[in-house]
Design a protein around this ligand. Structure first.
Ligand SMILES: Cc1cc2nc3c(=O)[nH]c(=O)nc-3n(C[C@H](O)[C@H](O)[C@H](O)COP(=O)(O)OP(=O)(O)OC[C@H]3O[C@@H](n4cnc5c(N)ncnc54)[C@H](O)[C@@H]3O)c2cc1C
Length: 385
Protein backbone atom coordinates (compact mmCIF):
# COMPACT_ATOMS: atom_id res chain seq x y z
CA UNK A 1 0.00 0.00 0.00
CA UNK A 2 1.26 3.51 -0.79
CA UNK A 3 2.32 5.27 2.36
CA UNK A 4 2.20 8.99 2.88
CA UNK A 5 4.06 10.38 5.88
CA UNK A 6 2.86 13.65 7.38
CA UNK A 7 5.30 15.60 9.58
CA UNK A 8 3.36 17.41 12.32
CA UNK A 9 0.03 16.86 14.07
CA UNK A 10 -1.27 20.43 14.21
CA UNK A 11 -4.58 21.35 12.56
CA UNK A 12 -2.91 21.20 9.12
CA UNK A 13 -1.09 17.86 9.44
CA UNK A 14 -4.12 16.11 10.95
CA UNK A 15 -6.50 17.57 8.31
CA UNK A 16 -4.17 16.34 5.56
CA UNK A 17 -3.97 12.90 7.20
CA UNK A 18 -7.75 12.64 7.54
CA UNK A 19 -8.37 13.80 3.94
CA UNK A 20 -5.93 11.16 2.65
CA UNK A 21 -7.23 8.41 4.94
CA UNK A 22 -10.81 9.07 3.82
CA UNK A 23 -9.62 8.33 0.28
CA UNK A 24 -8.15 4.99 1.41
CA UNK A 25 -4.50 6.08 1.56
CA UNK A 26 -2.31 4.69 4.37
CA UNK A 27 -0.91 7.59 6.38
CA UNK A 28 1.60 7.87 9.20
CA UNK A 29 1.76 11.15 11.10
CA UNK A 30 5.04 11.86 12.89
CA UNK A 31 4.67 14.17 15.86
CA UNK A 32 7.37 15.50 18.15
CA UNK A 33 6.44 15.46 21.85
CA UNK A 34 4.18 13.19 23.84
CA UNK A 35 0.77 14.66 22.91
CA UNK A 36 -1.14 17.26 20.94
CA UNK A 37 -0.33 20.96 21.50
CA UNK A 38 -2.55 22.66 24.08
CA UNK A 39 -1.24 26.17 23.31
CA UNK A 40 -3.79 28.97 22.85
CA UNK A 41 -3.47 30.10 19.21
CA UNK A 42 -6.08 30.24 16.43
CA UNK A 43 -9.65 30.67 17.60
CA UNK A 44 -11.69 31.58 14.50
CA UNK A 45 -13.02 29.18 11.85
CA UNK A 46 -14.27 30.77 8.60
CA UNK A 47 -17.19 29.42 6.48
CA UNK A 48 -15.12 27.66 3.77
CA UNK A 49 -13.06 25.92 6.47
CA UNK A 50 -16.30 24.69 8.05
CA UNK A 51 -17.28 23.34 4.61
CA UNK A 52 -14.00 21.41 4.37
CA UNK A 53 -14.37 20.10 7.93
CA UNK A 54 -17.88 18.94 6.97
CA UNK A 55 -16.34 17.08 4.02
CA UNK A 56 -13.94 15.44 6.50
CA UNK A 57 -16.91 14.46 8.71
CA UNK A 58 -15.91 16.50 11.78
CA UNK A 59 -17.87 19.76 11.56
CA UNK A 60 -20.69 18.66 13.89
CA UNK A 61 -18.20 18.00 16.69
CA UNK A 62 -16.48 21.34 16.08
CA UNK A 63 -19.80 23.21 16.14
CA UNK A 64 -20.66 21.51 19.43
CA UNK A 65 -17.32 22.61 20.91
CA UNK A 66 -17.44 26.21 19.66
CA UNK A 67 -19.60 29.34 19.58
CA UNK A 68 -21.38 30.51 16.43
CA UNK A 69 -20.48 34.15 15.70
CA UNK A 70 -23.02 35.49 13.19
CA UNK A 71 -21.67 39.04 13.37
CA UNK A 72 -18.47 40.91 14.14
CA UNK A 73 -17.92 44.52 15.09
CA UNK A 74 -15.65 47.46 14.64
CA UNK A 75 -15.76 49.54 17.84
CA UNK A 76 -14.42 52.75 19.29
CA UNK A 77 -12.22 52.18 22.29
CA UNK A 78 -14.33 52.70 25.42
CA UNK A 79 -17.31 53.58 23.22
CA UNK A 80 -20.01 52.28 20.95
CA UNK A 81 -19.91 50.05 17.88
CA UNK A 82 -18.84 51.87 14.68
CA UNK A 83 -20.26 49.13 12.46
CA UNK A 84 -21.56 45.57 12.76
CA UNK A 85 -21.02 43.21 9.81
CA UNK A 86 -23.50 40.37 9.50
CA UNK A 87 -22.15 37.15 7.93
CA UNK A 88 -25.77 36.29 7.07
CA UNK A 89 -25.16 38.09 3.73
CA UNK A 90 -23.24 34.91 2.75
CA UNK A 91 -26.36 32.73 3.11
CA UNK A 92 -26.46 31.99 -0.65
CA UNK A 93 -22.72 31.29 -0.77
CA UNK A 94 -22.22 28.75 1.99
CA UNK A 95 -24.20 26.45 4.29
CA UNK A 96 -22.21 28.04 7.17
CA UNK A 97 -22.80 31.83 6.96
CA UNK A 98 -21.00 32.53 10.24
CA UNK A 99 -17.63 32.21 11.96
CA UNK A 100 -17.10 29.63 14.69
CA UNK A 101 -15.10 30.72 17.72
CA UNK A 102 -13.23 27.71 19.07
CA UNK A 103 -9.56 27.17 19.96
CA UNK A 104 -7.50 25.10 17.50
CA UNK A 105 -6.52 22.91 20.46
CA UNK A 106 -10.13 21.67 20.49
CA UNK A 107 -10.07 20.79 16.76
CA UNK A 108 -6.91 18.66 16.83
CA UNK A 109 -8.30 15.99 19.23
CA UNK A 110 -11.47 15.87 17.10
CA UNK A 111 -9.37 15.22 13.97
CA UNK A 112 -7.25 12.66 15.82
CA UNK A 113 -10.34 10.72 16.96
CA UNK A 114 -11.74 10.73 13.41
CA UNK A 115 -8.67 9.01 11.89
CA UNK A 116 -9.41 5.44 10.75
CA UNK A 117 -7.12 2.50 11.55
CA UNK A 118 -5.02 2.92 8.38
CA UNK A 119 -3.92 6.39 9.61
CA UNK A 120 -1.53 6.21 12.55
CA UNK A 121 -0.04 8.97 14.66
CA UNK A 122 3.37 8.23 16.13
CA UNK A 123 3.96 10.59 19.03
CA UNK A 124 7.52 11.20 20.23
CA UNK A 125 8.82 11.01 16.64
CA UNK A 126 10.57 14.28 15.92
CA UNK A 127 11.51 14.61 12.24
CA UNK A 128 15.21 15.41 12.03
CA UNK A 129 16.02 15.07 8.34
CA UNK A 130 14.58 14.19 4.92
CA UNK A 131 16.20 12.58 1.88
CA UNK A 132 14.08 12.48 -1.24
CA UNK A 133 14.87 10.33 -4.30
CA UNK A 134 13.10 9.35 -7.50
CA UNK A 135 10.53 7.05 -5.95
CA UNK A 136 10.17 8.11 -2.37
CA UNK A 137 11.39 9.85 0.72
CA UNK A 138 13.42 8.68 3.71
CA UNK A 139 12.53 10.55 6.86
CA UNK A 140 14.96 10.44 9.81
CA UNK A 141 13.32 10.68 13.21
CA UNK A 142 14.42 10.45 16.85
CA UNK A 143 13.45 6.76 16.66
CA UNK A 144 15.07 5.83 13.36
CA UNK A 145 14.20 6.04 9.67
CA UNK A 146 10.78 5.85 8.06
CA UNK A 147 10.39 5.21 4.33
CA UNK A 148 7.45 6.83 2.52
CA UNK A 149 6.23 7.28 -1.02
CA UNK A 150 5.32 10.91 -0.33
CA UNK A 151 5.90 13.34 2.55
CA UNK A 152 3.74 16.29 3.60
CA UNK A 153 5.64 18.82 5.72
CA UNK A 154 3.09 20.31 8.12
CA UNK A 155 5.61 20.82 10.92
CA UNK A 156 4.91 24.49 11.56
CA UNK A 157 6.75 27.76 11.08
CA UNK A 158 10.18 26.36 12.01
CA UNK A 159 9.69 23.42 9.64
CA UNK A 160 12.55 20.90 9.53
CA UNK A 161 11.04 19.52 6.29
CA UNK A 162 11.17 22.95 4.60
CA UNK A 163 14.82 23.38 5.63
CA UNK A 164 15.69 19.81 4.54
CA UNK A 165 14.46 20.38 0.97
CA UNK A 166 16.43 23.63 0.85
CA UNK A 167 13.34 25.84 0.51
CA UNK A 168 13.50 29.49 1.58
CA UNK A 169 11.08 31.46 3.74
CA UNK A 170 11.32 35.03 2.49
CA UNK A 171 9.32 37.91 3.88
CA UNK A 172 9.42 40.37 6.70
CA UNK A 173 8.87 40.78 10.45
CA UNK A 174 6.67 43.51 11.92
CA UNK A 175 8.37 46.02 14.24
CA UNK A 176 5.66 45.50 16.90
CA UNK A 177 5.05 42.27 18.78
CA UNK A 178 1.53 41.01 19.56
CA UNK A 179 0.47 40.36 23.14
CA UNK A 180 -2.33 37.84 23.57
CA UNK A 181 -4.07 37.64 26.95
CA UNK A 182 -6.73 35.06 27.90
CA UNK A 183 -9.01 36.37 30.63
CA UNK A 184 -11.67 34.80 32.82
CA UNK A 185 -14.06 37.73 32.46
CA UNK A 186 -17.49 38.18 30.90
CA UNK A 187 -16.88 41.11 28.59
CA UNK A 188 -20.50 41.08 27.41
CA UNK A 189 -21.35 42.51 30.84
CA UNK A 190 -18.46 45.02 30.89
CA UNK A 191 -18.97 46.24 27.29
CA UNK A 192 -22.71 45.92 26.53
CA UNK A 193 -23.62 45.14 22.92
CA UNK A 194 -20.21 43.64 22.16
CA UNK A 195 -20.04 40.95 19.42
CA UNK A 196 -18.04 37.70 19.77
CA UNK A 197 -15.32 39.25 17.54
CA UNK A 198 -14.40 42.96 17.84
CA UNK A 199 -11.75 45.09 16.18
CA UNK A 200 -11.30 48.15 18.40
CA UNK A 201 -10.08 51.45 16.95
CA UNK A 202 -7.50 53.57 18.70
CA UNK A 203 -4.89 55.83 17.10
CA UNK A 204 -2.12 54.49 19.38
CA UNK A 205 -3.37 51.25 20.81
CA UNK A 206 -5.71 49.28 18.55
CA UNK A 207 -6.87 45.95 19.93
CA UNK A 208 -8.97 42.87 19.19
CA UNK A 209 -11.44 41.26 21.59
CA UNK A 210 -12.35 37.65 20.82
CA UNK A 211 -14.75 35.40 22.63
CA UNK A 212 -13.91 31.70 22.95
CA UNK A 213 -16.21 29.10 24.52
CA UNK A 214 -14.80 29.50 28.04
CA UNK A 215 -12.89 32.80 27.96
CA UNK A 216 -12.26 36.10 26.22
CA UNK A 217 -8.97 36.88 24.50
CA UNK A 218 -7.46 40.33 24.15
CA UNK A 219 -4.90 40.93 21.43
CA UNK A 220 -2.81 44.10 21.89
CA UNK A 221 0.24 45.51 20.13
CA UNK A 222 3.49 45.65 22.16
CA UNK A 223 6.77 47.41 21.33
CA UNK A 224 9.35 45.27 19.57
CA UNK A 225 12.26 46.24 21.82
CA UNK A 226 11.05 45.81 25.42
CA UNK A 227 11.53 42.63 27.43
CA UNK A 228 8.61 40.25 27.97
CA UNK A 229 8.53 40.70 31.75
CA UNK A 230 8.02 44.48 31.35
CA UNK A 231 5.07 43.94 29.00
CA UNK A 232 3.43 41.33 31.27
CA UNK A 233 3.86 43.73 34.24
CA UNK A 234 2.12 46.53 32.29
CA UNK A 235 -0.74 44.28 31.18
CA UNK A 236 -3.15 44.70 34.15
CA UNK A 237 -3.18 48.51 33.65
CA UNK A 238 -3.69 48.10 29.90
CA UNK A 239 -6.64 45.78 30.51
CA UNK A 240 -8.19 48.28 32.94
CA UNK A 241 -7.93 50.88 30.15
CA UNK A 242 -9.94 48.53 27.88
CA UNK A 243 -12.74 48.33 30.50
CA UNK A 244 -12.56 49.41 34.12
CA UNK A 245 -14.08 46.56 36.12
CA UNK A 246 -13.33 48.31 39.45
CA UNK A 247 -10.76 45.58 40.22
CA UNK A 248 -7.91 43.86 38.32
CA UNK A 249 -9.04 41.63 35.44
CA UNK A 250 -8.77 37.88 36.09
CA UNK A 251 -5.90 36.97 33.78
CA UNK A 252 -5.35 33.27 33.06
CA UNK A 253 -2.57 33.40 30.45
CA UNK A 254 -0.54 35.88 28.40
CA UNK A 255 2.06 35.42 25.64
CA UNK A 256 4.06 37.74 23.40
CA UNK A 257 4.61 36.89 19.73
CA UNK A 258 6.90 38.27 17.10
CA UNK A 259 4.83 38.39 13.92
CA UNK A 260 6.10 37.53 10.46
CA UNK A 261 4.76 37.64 6.90
CA UNK A 262 6.64 34.91 5.01
CA UNK A 263 5.98 32.45 2.16
CA UNK A 264 8.17 29.67 0.80
CA UNK A 265 8.78 29.76 -2.94
CA UNK A 266 7.08 26.47 -3.92
CA UNK A 267 4.71 24.10 -2.10
CA UNK A 268 5.90 21.02 -4.05
CA UNK A 269 9.49 19.73 -4.11
CA UNK A 270 9.24 16.40 -5.98
CA UNK A 271 7.78 13.88 -3.52
CA UNK A 272 7.66 16.47 -0.71
CA UNK A 273 4.74 18.90 -0.20
CA UNK A 274 4.67 21.84 2.23
CA UNK A 275 1.44 23.06 3.85
CA UNK A 276 0.22 25.44 6.56
CA UNK A 277 2.72 27.36 8.68
CA UNK A 278 5.55 25.28 7.20
CA UNK A 279 4.78 27.01 3.88
CA UNK A 280 3.48 30.47 4.92
CA UNK A 281 2.97 32.56 8.04
CA UNK A 282 1.10 35.83 8.53
CA UNK A 283 -0.18 38.10 11.28
CA UNK A 284 -3.32 36.83 13.08
CA UNK A 285 -5.59 39.80 12.18
CA UNK A 286 -8.49 38.33 10.22
CA UNK A 287 -7.78 34.78 11.39
CA UNK A 288 -6.28 33.46 8.15
CA UNK A 289 -3.28 31.33 9.18
CA UNK A 290 -4.89 28.13 10.39
CA UNK A 291 -7.85 28.54 8.04
CA UNK A 292 -5.71 28.82 4.92
CA UNK A 293 -3.47 26.05 6.27
CA UNK A 294 -6.44 23.68 6.49
CA UNK A 295 -7.36 24.73 2.93
CA UNK A 296 -3.78 23.84 1.81
CA UNK A 297 -4.02 20.50 3.63
CA UNK A 298 -7.30 19.34 2.09
CA UNK A 299 -6.53 20.69 -1.40
CA UNK A 300 -3.07 19.09 -1.55
CA UNK A 301 -4.20 15.83 0.09
CA UNK A 302 -7.11 15.41 -2.32
CA UNK A 303 -4.88 16.17 -5.33
CA UNK A 304 -2.31 13.66 -4.03
CA UNK A 305 -5.06 11.04 -3.54
CA UNK A 306 -6.13 11.65 -7.17
CA UNK A 307 -2.53 11.10 -8.33
CA UNK A 308 -2.27 7.91 -6.27
CA UNK A 309 -5.46 6.73 -8.02
CA UNK A 310 -3.92 7.31 -11.44
CA UNK A 311 -4.43 11.04 -12.22
CA UNK A 312 -1.44 12.81 -13.81
CA UNK A 313 0.98 14.62 -11.49
CA UNK A 314 -0.05 17.84 -13.25
CA UNK A 315 -3.06 17.79 -10.92
CA UNK A 316 -0.76 18.01 -7.90
CA UNK A 317 1.36 20.70 -9.56
CA UNK A 318 -1.79 22.75 -10.25
CA UNK A 319 -2.95 22.37 -6.64
CA UNK A 320 0.47 23.32 -5.23
CA UNK A 321 0.81 26.34 -7.55
CA UNK A 322 -2.72 27.46 -6.67
CA UNK A 323 -2.13 27.23 -2.93
CA UNK A 324 1.09 29.25 -3.31
CA UNK A 325 -0.81 31.93 -5.27
CA UNK A 326 -3.54 32.03 -2.59
CA UNK A 327 -0.92 32.41 0.16
CA UNK A 328 0.68 35.39 -1.59
CA UNK A 329 -2.27 37.13 -3.22
CA UNK A 330 -4.94 36.54 -0.57
CA UNK A 331 -3.56 35.45 2.80
CA UNK A 332 -0.48 37.69 2.90
CA UNK A 333 -2.20 40.61 1.16
CA UNK A 334 -5.38 40.55 3.29
CA UNK A 335 -3.68 40.01 6.65
CA UNK A 336 -1.15 42.78 5.96
CA UNK A 337 -3.96 45.14 4.82
CA UNK A 338 -5.84 44.32 8.07
CA UNK A 339 -2.74 45.29 10.08
CA UNK A 340 -2.11 48.53 8.16
CA UNK A 341 -5.77 49.62 8.39
CA UNK A 342 -5.74 49.26 12.19
CA UNK A 343 -2.67 51.55 12.36
CA UNK A 344 -3.50 53.89 9.47
CA UNK A 345 -6.11 56.59 8.75
CA UNK A 346 -8.88 55.57 11.16
CA UNK A 347 -11.39 58.06 9.74
CA UNK A 348 -11.10 56.46 6.31
CA UNK A 349 -11.40 53.01 7.92
CA UNK A 350 -14.51 54.08 9.90
CA UNK A 351 -16.13 55.36 6.67
CA UNK A 352 -15.26 52.13 4.86
CA UNK A 353 -16.77 49.81 7.49
CA UNK A 354 -19.88 51.99 7.89
CA UNK A 355 -20.42 51.83 4.09
CA UNK A 356 -20.01 48.03 4.17
CA UNK A 357 -22.49 47.64 7.04
CA UNK A 358 -25.06 49.71 5.12
CA UNK A 359 -24.69 47.88 1.79
CA UNK A 360 -25.33 44.09 1.88
CA UNK A 361 -24.00 43.56 -1.68
CA UNK A 362 -20.71 45.33 -0.88
CA UNK A 363 -20.52 43.51 2.48
CA UNK A 364 -20.98 40.19 0.68
CA UNK A 365 -18.12 40.93 -1.75
CA UNK A 366 -15.90 42.04 1.10
CA UNK A 367 -16.68 39.06 3.32
CA UNK A 368 -16.23 36.55 0.51
CA UNK A 369 -12.65 37.80 0.16
CA UNK A 370 -12.05 38.24 3.90
CA UNK A 371 -12.98 34.61 4.64
CA UNK A 372 -11.21 33.10 1.60
CA UNK A 373 -14.46 31.75 0.14
CA UNK A 374 -13.31 32.29 -3.45
CA UNK A 375 -9.94 30.63 -3.11
CA UNK A 376 -10.78 26.96 -2.68
CA UNK A 377 -11.34 25.89 -6.29
CA UNK A 378 -8.12 25.03 -8.15
CA UNK A 379 -8.53 26.86 -11.49
CA UNK A 380 -8.31 24.57 -14.50
CA UNK A 381 -8.19 21.34 -12.41
CA UNK A 382 -11.39 20.11 -14.08
CA UNK A 383 -9.70 20.30 -17.50
CA UNK A 384 -6.84 17.99 -16.45
CA UNK A 385 -7.33 14.33 -17.46
C1 LIG B 1 -1.74 34.27 18.95
C2 LIG B 1 -2.13 33.61 17.67
C3 LIG B 1 -3.44 33.70 17.22
C4 LIG B 1 -3.83 33.10 16.03
N1 LIG B 1 -5.14 33.21 15.63
C5 LIG B 1 -5.52 32.63 14.47
C6 LIG B 1 -6.91 32.61 14.08
O1 LIG B 1 -7.82 33.10 14.79
N2 LIG B 1 -7.24 32.01 12.91
C7 LIG B 1 -6.28 31.41 12.13
O2 LIG B 1 -6.64 30.90 11.06
N3 LIG B 1 -4.98 31.36 12.50
C8 LIG B 1 -4.57 31.94 13.65
N4 LIG B 1 -3.28 31.82 14.07
C9 LIG B 1 -2.31 31.04 13.26
C10 LIG B 1 -2.44 29.53 13.55
O3 LIG B 1 -2.25 29.28 14.92
C11 LIG B 1 -1.43 28.76 12.69
O4 LIG B 1 -1.53 29.20 11.36
C12 LIG B 1 -1.71 27.25 12.77
O5 LIG B 1 -1.37 26.73 14.04
C13 LIG B 1 -0.91 26.50 11.71
O6 LIG B 1 -1.14 25.12 11.86
P1 LIG B 1 -0.02 24.07 11.43
O7 LIG B 1 -0.63 22.74 11.68
O8 LIG B 1 0.52 24.42 10.08
O9 LIG B 1 1.21 24.34 12.41
P2 LIG B 1 1.28 24.13 13.99
O10 LIG B 1 -0.03 24.38 14.62
O11 LIG B 1 2.46 24.91 14.45
O12 LIG B 1 1.56 22.58 14.14
C14 LIG B 1 2.83 22.04 13.80
C15 LIG B 1 2.89 20.62 14.31
O13 LIG B 1 4.14 20.05 13.93
C16 LIG B 1 4.78 19.49 15.07
N5 LIG B 1 6.21 19.57 14.79
C17 LIG B 1 6.98 20.67 14.69
N6 LIG B 1 8.24 20.32 14.34
C18 LIG B 1 8.24 18.98 14.23
C19 LIG B 1 9.24 18.02 13.90
N7 LIG B 1 10.49 18.37 13.59
N8 LIG B 1 8.89 16.72 13.87
C20 LIG B 1 7.62 16.31 14.15
N9 LIG B 1 6.64 17.17 14.49
C21 LIG B 1 6.95 18.48 14.52
C22 LIG B 1 4.29 20.33 16.23
O14 LIG B 1 4.45 19.66 17.46
C23 LIG B 1 2.83 20.49 15.82
O15 LIG B 1 2.10 19.31 16.10
C24 LIG B 1 -2.86 32.41 15.26
C25 LIG B 1 -1.54 32.30 15.70
C26 LIG B 1 -1.17 32.89 16.89
C27 LIG B 1 0.26 32.76 17.36
Amino acid sequence: MTRVVVAGAGPVGLSAALALARRGVAVTVLKQGAGLAAESRASTFHPPTLELLARLGVVTELLAAGIVAATFQYRERGGAAVATLDLGVLADDTPYPYRVQCEQSKLTPILLRALPAHAEVWFGHRVEGVRADGDGVTVSTTWGRVRADWLIGADGAHSVVRAAVGAGFDGSTYPERFLVASVDEDLTAALPGIAPINYVFDPVEWLVLLRTPEQWRVLLPAPGDTDDATEIRRLPDRLTEVADLGRPWRLSHASLYRVHQRVTERFRHGRVLLAGDAAHVNNPLGGLGMNSGIHDAVTLAEALADVLSGAPEARLDAAAAHRHRVAVEHVQATSDANYRRMRGDLNAFRDQVRRLAADPAAARDHLRRACLIDTLRVPGAERLP
